[in-house]
Structure formats: structure tokens, C-alpha cells
Design a protein around this ligand. Structure first.
Ligand code: SF4
Ligand code: ZN
Length: 377
């Protein structure tokens, strides 16, 4: 039986995915980096052009606060989420108020901004993460100032009482839910999301009952998935979630430090998505989505870089720019002039992924042996 023992395990308890993910959080380097942050300074503050819910162009401030992080991360965590790099365990309400003042100082009191995104690396209205007095102060202040507010949340933390309270303090604000995949198997085994599609639907229904707006994030190409599957599945998911959302934001996988995806990437077992895949997905969802009152945004974070969605290197800049333009214009003509030699390489990868029994993908970037690739399932 010696030959099969390696496959069946050695009798020890099997490792769960979160044992693998949690480890980097606790390395001395990671801990000392976290402790080095100034708890009175927000992680990032920036201004971008945006659209208000009625489509009017506006200026938006994004404030990413330095918080205690996400309760799901404390227990387990999503496979791609590197937010733990930016949090501190000991952030207090006083620190958060100081960060808010600092954000105002950096933006001249949010001059000209009619939209504000307050991101907390977790759920804005989860009391274990964010003190209630701070939640209330932000909701009330942004409402009184007539700014449209966007906050983020996990679906299973959208309790009826809390959402009613949120809607009372800031009526009509947007709650962004990181659904990532409209598929329970993918949520569980690729993303380790901590909630199911059913829980997402329940949260959406509750948000609607409270007249709050729904923004849905999808991830393009979670780990342990081929490029071809990512393309086919995400194209399907966009069409499935758009009718339930006011806005869908598709985030192509980018490699954040210390995550499961980072480990795979450094081992050359994961390539972030091709930009061609994003263009193909946009072209194949455009017609159906444009009939709905749902805005679709694709924002390739680190687009064109090796840790973000990329192509061959020479065409990346033009394609990222076209994708960014499409997110504003919703016009397919943005892609009419783009082409490159590398499109053939991408196309054959997609074709091979659908024909060969290589569940983890056939891309040349993967340096695992071909035999292991075929045996991976
Ligand atoms: S729920 Fe959000 S913040 Fe929490 S681990 Fe997942 S992606 Fe990160
Ligand atoms: Zn190219």
C-alpha cells in the first residue's frame, strides 16, 4: 500500500484551505509591518471621476480606512484577499475619527465631491470591526452633506435590523457585496468566501426592502481555475447577477502579497487573466446587459503588470485604456482598433482549456509537469 499512501494522505488530519491562508498573516515580517502603520492615518485617500446613481458624472472621494480588518479573515479569509497587510489589531474609535479628519485634510474637506466611498477592508456596519459611534457619525455626516455613500459588506452580515438602521441614517446609500462568483462550488473551493449564493440573494432582497442600492463584485479567474473556465463562467455570472444589481464591478484577479494566490503565482502555477479574456467577456455580455438598468464596470487593478491582468507586454497599455474607457462609455467601439499577435496565443489557450482534460488550465505559464496538470483533478 506504500505507493498509494502518498495519494491518500498519511493519516494526519487533512489541511483545510484556511490553514494555508492564515500562515502568512502571522510571519514576523507581516506582524511587524502591520504594527508599523500609524493608526491615525487612513490607508489611502484619492479622488476619481465617477457616476452618481442617476448617471450624472461626478467627483468621488475614496477613503480606505486602517481598521481591525474583516471578521471572516480573523476566522479564515478569502484566497485572494491581501487586506490583512493593511490592518492593525488595535485600531480604536478615536483612531478612526482621527483618520477621517486626516482624509478631510488631504481632500480639502472633500471639495467638489458628491460621492464618497468609505472602505474598511471588511464590513462597514459590522460592530466587531468598526465601532458603532464611528459608523453612525459617517452615515449621518455624509447624508447631511448630500454625498452619495458607498460602503462594503459581506452578505451574511447583512442583518435585517442593521440594514434598517443603515437606511435610516443614510437613506439610499450603496452597499457593495463581494459575491465574487455566482456558483457555490467556486465560492467554497476556489474563493473560500464564507457565504453562499443563497445568502447573497437574501442580502440583496433585504437591501432592496430598505431602498438601498446594490453593487456586486465578481472576481475574474479565482485560483484553481483555467483561463477558459474563468472566461465562460464569468460571462455567465455577469448575466445572472446583473438583473439583481444596480452595478456590477468585475475585478480581474491581481496578486496581493501573502495570499494563497500569491503562493501559486510565485510557484508559477497561476497566471492572472489575459486582457483579451476581459475584452471577450465584455463583448459577449454587452448586448444583454445594456438592456438592463445595471452599470457594468471592469477595472483591471495593476492592469498590464505581471501581477495584474496582462497580455504580451506590447499591447497591454492600449487594451487597459480601452477597457477603462468602456467602463465609462459602455460603447463597444472602444475595442474596434485593437489587435496584437498575442491574441492567437490567448485564443489557443482558451481552445485547449475547453478541449483538454486540464482543469487547472493549459497555459504555458504553468511550470508544473504536464502529467501533474492532467492528474490535478
Ligand atoms: S470578505 Fe472581503 S475583506 Fe474579508 S477576507 Fe474576503 S475579500 Fe477580504
Ligand atoms: Zn499583445
Amino acid at each position: 500500500m506504500a505507493s498509494t499512501s502518498g495519494l491518500l494522505g498519511d493519516g494526519k488530519k487533512a489541511k483545510k484551505i484556511h490553514h494555508l491562508i492564515k500562515a502568512p498573516e502571522n510571519t514576523p515580517f507581516s506582524v511587524s509591518r502591520r504594527e508599523s502603520w500609524d493608526a491615525d492615518k487612513p490607508a489611502v485617500v484619492y479622488i476619481t471621476p465617477e457616476n452618481l446613481p442617476d448617471g450624472t458624472p461626478c467627483t468621488a472621494a475614496t477613503v480606505i480606512l486602517r481598521t481591525k480588518g474583516c471578521v471572516w479573515w480573523w476566522k479564515s479569509g478569502c484566497t485572494f484577499c491581501g487586506y490583512f497587510n493593511d490592518v492593525r489589531d488595535d485600531v480604536t474609535s478615536a483612531n478612526l475619527f482621527a483618520q477621517w479628519e486626516e482624509a478631510k485634510r488631504q481632500t480639502k474637506d472633500f471639495a467638489g465631491c458628491t460621492m464618497i466611498k468609505v472602505y474598511t477592508s471588511g464590513t462597514f456596519f459590522e460592530d466587531r470591526e468598526i465601532p458603532v459611534d464611528f459608523q453612525e457619525a459617517i452615515l449621518v455626516e455624509t447624508h447631511e452633506r448630500g454625498m452619495h455613500l458607498v460602503v462594503e459588506a459581506q452578505a451574511q452580515l447583512c442583518y435585517p435590523d442593521k440594514l434598517a438602521w443603515l437606511a435610516e441614517k443614510h437613506p439610499g446609500c450603496t452597499v457593495a457585496l463581494g459575491l465574487e462568483a455566482y456558483d457555490d462550488v467556486v465560492l467554497r473551493f476556489h474563493v473560500n468566501k464564507g457565504f453562499s449564493v443563497k445568502q447573497w440573494h437574501k442580502a440583496v432582497d433585504l437591501l432592496r426592502e430598505n431602498n438601498l442600492r446594490v453593487k456586486t463584485y465578481l472576481i475574474f479567474k479565482p485560483p484553481f481555475m483555467s483561463e477558459g473556465d474563468a472566461l465562460n463562467l464569468t460571462t455567465k455570472w455577469v448575466k445572472q447577477v446583473a438583473p439583481h444589481s444596480d452595478e456590477v464591478s468585475i475585478n480581474p484577479m491581481n496578486i496581493q502579497r501573502g495570499t494563497i494566490v500569491d503562493r501559486l503565482f510565485r510557484n508559477r502555477e497561476f497566471r492572472p487573466p489575459w486582457l483579451w479574456s476581459l475584452v471577450d467577456m465584455i463583448q459577449n455580455t454587452h448586448e444583454e446587459i445594456s438592456k438592463l438598468e445595471c452599470r457594468t464596470i471592469v477595472h483591471p487593478t495593476a492592469g498590464g503588470r505581471i501581477r495584474g491582468a496582462h497580455n504580451c507586454g506590447s499591447c497591454d497599455e492600449d487594451i487597459v485604456a480601452a477597457i477603462e474607457r468602456y467602463s465609462v462609455s459602455s460603447n463597444l467601439d472602444e475595442f474596434s482598433d485593437i489587435d496584437c499577435e498575442c491574441k492567437r496565443v490567448w485564443k489557443s489557450e482558451i481552445e485547449n482549456d475547453s478541449m483538454l482534460p486540464t482543469i487547472l488550465g493549459s497555459g504555458v505559464e504553468r511550470r508544473v509537469s504536464r502529467v501533474d496538470t492532467v492528474r490535478a483533478p
